[in-house]
Unconditional design. Structure first.
Length: 244
């Protein structure tokens, strides 16, 4: 018959074996990448990413090669395209002089001729819009268009209650930058508060606005006592600031 201490030891050993996890198995190694040729769709995707980042574009940039391209006659693990010179502005037709690299080694320089489209949602008038009306998205619809061909239209990401419609717009027409503007915070003929500060010195006064002005714009105001005109910047509703 086993002694009590022997039984206790066996029980403790069993608990210890249960508590200690089994040794971890070695992780399986991922299969190594296989060198591949540079497919045309990979080239176009790489150029689209590069141009989107360079021009800080918003939307879906789609490119199409307009000339036959013969890819390098080799394979590589890592293909790269370096644009050697960018056009000043993106447009619907692009001529790009590029360097193609295979695993960091140049395969030569190539000029690509591309057609480009930048698809993005823009505003269209759902109903007639009136000059001076506050900007209201409920009065608008969205349409998806190519911004590289319709450059003057307003993207649907722009517009809030700080804007107004600056002219009448017919129902169904796309909204352009000429159709909207910032709501004036200062209006001609209104008395406004003027502030100026330099170091620890700060002064305030009243003045007469001589023109309309939106947030951040410079306007001419007139001192009510001296009748002298000076320039100040709009900072809020009926408030302007002199900047030294």
């Amino acid at each position: 018959m086993r002694s009590l201490s022997a039984i206790s030891f066996v029980a403790f050993a069993g608990l210890l074996a249960w508590a200690v996890p089994a040794p971890a198995t070695e992780p399986e190694h991922a299969p190594s990448a296989t060198p591949a040729p540079f497919a045309q769709e990979d080239l176009v995707a790489a150029l689209a990413r590069d141009l989107t980042a360079h021009y800080n574009l918003e939307g879906d940039l789609q490119l199409e090669l307009l000339r036959t391209w013969n890819p390098p006659d080799r394979v590589a693990l890592n293909w790269q395209v370096q644009v050697l010179e960018y056009p000043t502005l993106p447009s619907g037709s692009l001529l790009l002089h590029c360097h193609v690299l295979a695993d960091g080694v140049s395969t030569g320089e190539t000029t690509f001729v591309l057609r480009a489209c930048l698809w993005r949602d823009v505003w269209a008038a759902r109903q007639p819009l009136t000059n001076g009306e506050p900007f209201d998205p409920s009065m608008l619809d969205t349409r998806r268009i190519d911004l590289l061909r319709e450059r003057d239209v307003v993207p649907a990401s722009v517009g809030d209650r700080t804007f107004i419609f600056t002219r009448s717009v017919q129902a169904g027409r796309l909204l352009t930058w000429r159709d909207i503007g910032r709501r004036p915070l200062v209006r001609k003929g209104d008395v406004v508060d003027v502030s100026a500060s330099e170091g620890m010195l700060s002064i305030t006064m009243k003045a007469l606005a001589m023109q309309n002005g939106s947030q951040g714009e410079a306007v001419t105001v007139r001192n009510l006592e001296s009748r002298k005109d000076f320039t100040a910047f709009v900072v809020d509703e009926n408030r302007v600031q002199i900047r030294f």
